[in-house]
Design a binder for this molecule. Structure first.
Ligand code: NAG
Ligand code: NAG
Ligand code: NAG
Ligand code: NAG
Ligand code: NAG
Ligand code: NAG
Ligand code: NAG
Ligand code: NAG
Ligand code: NAG
Ligand code: NAG
Ligand code: NAG
Ligand code: NAG
Length: 561
């Protein structure tokens, strides 16, 4: 399962065989991304079923729909041996498993696994983001479109019509989604599925000459663009995973729609603006985007697989992205000098690694996508530009009562990022405190990336990042408010009971809180608290004294040591 990238020297010694395949026409980095992800998925392919086994490898050999669709497009791109036949089989299966009754709220969506009972039965009630996932219409729908656009010549007329019919149904089903109705949460501010919805509708309407569908896609796109135009930011702002999906969606807007589409007109500049924000927040030394993170599946991008890292792999190369690598010195005699290194790439060992299945599509889009990324952005992503601050804002109605103000400070080996918000919910628009990180510090401990992040317990926080400090206050707080601060574990310090134990960083804390704080451990095998997104951490908690003045507030002043 291990694969390796040859160093420049080795490739010059061992000439590469010349393939005139589609894959070898991709940019070098994209080829690496494509080949590694496909080799990994090949092990999971079940040819008898015509599906991939679940890539989590924790599902008793059940299969999975969405990753199978992604893999199928990779097979069309590779097109060797039985690849096209396997792709045809998978795509036919995926569409066979698409929900067919227009009366159902989940109409046109795709079943998550072929093993599941019928959604909406007594034993398997229809439950959003549980027995069915409405976002899969967009994930699978966009994938089918890439298949038709790039590899239509490999598909029979029957399969082509089947995919078109599937796209028609998925577009109709997606119009059933209205934020706030029937438990759904698809508002235009829910950026990643919104972008995919507008695209699939706009593309399918044009393909099938259904002008209502075309217009519906354009109108929805305009709602997203209106939000974006406020400050040239995505509403779902700065997320290792979802900025990756949004950049994918915007690339589809720019690549596959005609000039008369507002998505074509705006897609390129939206990609550019988004990368400009990312390039201010990406810390090349820490290989993480600075906070705030609206939705994150981990506290250190070096330890979980983020989709943003797959884009970075394409743009600046795998070793500069946050994908896990293991460097080994070669010790075999046949190699002329010991300077040769093998860089083992092991994305699959990272948390959230199942997202690596998206890689073939990112590789297929890479060449076009790269044309939208300005040269100065590539430079900032590659080499730390030095100490700087970043301010911006974004808006996610109806959850935000006013736009979120974003501040960040980045300096050598450290970043601090925060956003001020007043919302109708706790935990961000996704209502998930485990993924919402509105105030965050990251630094290099000397051994790894450390983190200090506020666990959201309040609907409103004023959070401001500036040079060496993070200021927090709770406008709607009370004497029962707490500040729960998640602090990383440290390889060289197994016991942590006070701020003095934090490695590589001096942390001074002041505020109108009770000066006593508690420290508890969240461990995989024990401790008072549970891990979050697979990360173990120390939980520093402050409570309020019975008498205090003003709003609950806390100031963290930090310095590398
Ligand atoms: C990727 O695989 C193709 C064959 O499928 C090969 O021609 C190409 O050299 C490989 N590229 C890299 C960067 O490994
Ligand atoms: C599309 O939906 C119709 C009902 O409107 C259904 O009869 C048909 O089988 C569906 N097609 C696919 C490919 O699922
Ligand atoms: C859509 O219209 C174009 C131009 O009139 C035509 O060539 C094409 O066959 C039509 N497609 C469908 C699916 O009706
Ligand atoms: C398009 O919308 C109009 C007005 O809502 C409706 O009358 C018509 O049937 C729709 N056409 C299609 C093909 O859905
Ligand atoms: C968004 O801004 C662009 C560029 O300023 C402008 O051309 C476009 O009309 C705006 N669109 C919307 C929906 O606000
Ligand atoms: C956000 O920033 C803007 C511009 O600096 C300022 O006018 C506004 O009051 C700020 N909003 C909040 C809630 O802090
Ligand atoms: C940042 O970390 C690197 C690597 O350990 C070290 O060489 C450098 O001195 C550090 N810089 C600062 C400002 O701490
Ligand atoms: C925050 O929201 C609450 C609840 O809607 C409201 O009472 C308060 O005025 C808002 N605060 C600000 C500063 O907008
Ligand atoms: C902190 O806790 C200690 C021991 O429980 C206690 O003696 C002390 O009074 C507390 N201090 C404050 C400020 O609450
Ligand atoms: C941290 O500990 C406090 C106090 O026990 C608790 O209320 C809070 O939920 C914990 N936070 C996390 C993220 O586990
Ligand atoms: C907390 O505040 C409430 C209402 O303001 C008050 O009734 C209560 O006594 C306070 N509790 C403590 C422990 O101070
Ligand atoms: C922390 O407090 C100590 C003692 O007051 C002071 O010497 C130090 O400069 C402070 N450090 C920071 C980062 O604020």
């Amino acid at each position: 399962m291990l694969s390796f990238a040859r160093t420049a020297l080795m490739t010059s010694i061992l000439p590469l065989s010349v393939f005139s395949s589609y894959v070898s026409s991709l940019p070098e980095n994209a080829q690496g991304l494509f080949n590694e992800s496909m080799e990994w998925m090949d092990d999971f392919y079940d040819p008898r079923a015509g599906y991939l086994l679940n890539l989590g490898a924790a599902s008793a050999l059940r299969h999975e729909t969405r990753s199978s669709a992604w893999y199928a497009i990779g097979l069309l791109a590779r097109n060797t041996g039985s690849d096209v036949d396997d792709a045809t089989k998978i795509l036919t299966n995926v569409v066979a498993g698409q929900f067919k009754d227009p009366k159902d709220q989940w109409y046109g969506d795709y079943q998550q696994e072929p093993e599941e009972p019928t959604v909406g039965t007594v034993a398997y009630p229809a439950k959003l983001y549980n027995s069915w996932d409405p976002n899969w219409r967009g994930f699978v729908g966009t994938t089918l479109i890439i298949g038709l656009e790039e590899f239509g010549h490999l598909l029979s007329p029957e399969v082509t019509s089947l995919l078109e019919e599937s796209l028609y149904n998925t577009t109709v089903g997606d119009t059933y989604r209205v934020g706030g109705v029937d438990g759904d949460n698809l508002y235009p501010a829910y950026t990643n599925p919104s972008l995919m919805r507008a695209f699939v509708s706009g593309w399918t309407g044009r393909r099938l000459n259904d002008s209502n569908m075309t217009v519906s896609g354009e109108n929805y796109a305009n709602e997203i663009i209106t939000l974006f135009n406020r400050s040239n930011t995505l509403s779902e702002f700065n997320s290792g995973t979802y900025t990756g999906v949004s950049l994918y969606g915007l690339t589809l807007w720019a690549k596959y729609l005609p000039e008369d589409s507002v998505m074509k007109q705006m897609g390129s500049s939206m990609v550019k603006y988004t990368w400009e924000s990312v390039s201010e927040l990406w810390h090349p030394q820490l290989k993480n985007v600075a906070g705030p993170w609206d939705r994150s599946y981990g506290f250190d991008m070096n330890r979980y697989l983020s989709l943003l890292a797959l884009h970075l792999w394409n743009i600046i190369g795998k070793e500069k992205s946050s994908i896990h690598t293991k460097v080994r010195t070669l010790d075999i005699d046949t190699v002329p000098t010991s300077e040769h290194l093998l860089i083992y790439s092991q994305p699959s060992v990272m948390s959230h690694s199942a997202d690596f299945a998206y890689a073939p599509l990112f590789a297929i889009l890479a060449e076009f996508h790269s044309t939208l990324v300005p040269a100065d952005v590539v430079e900032k992503l590659t080499t730390f530009q030095g100490e700087h601050t970043f301010t911006s804002s974004t808006f996610s109605p109806p959850f935000d009562l006013y736009p979120r103000n974003i501040t960040a400070w980045l300096a050598p080996n450290i970043s601090i990022g925060a956003e001020t918000f007043n919302e109708t919910v706790i935990g961000g628009p996704a209502i998930n405190p485990d993924t919402f990180n509105p105030a965050l510090i990251q630094w290099y401990t000397g051994a790894e990336v450390g983190f200090i992040t506020l666990y959201a317990t309040e609907p409103s926080v004023v959070a401001v990042a500036s040079a060496g400090s993070l200021e927090l206050s709770y406008p709607r707080g009370s004497n029962s408010s707490i500040f729960s601060i998640i602090v990383s574990t440290f390889a060289e310090k197994k016991e942590v009971s006070a701020w003095e134990d934090v490695q590589g960083l001096t942390v001074n804390v002041t505020g109108n809180v009770d000066a006593n704080y508690s420290v508890a451990f969240a461990g995989a095998y024990g401790g008072a608290d549970d891990t979050i997104n697979d990360f173990e951490f120390w939980n520093f908690t402050y409570t309020m004294p019975s008498k205090y003045t003003g709003q609950p507030h806390l100031l963290l002043e930090v310095e590398l040591r």
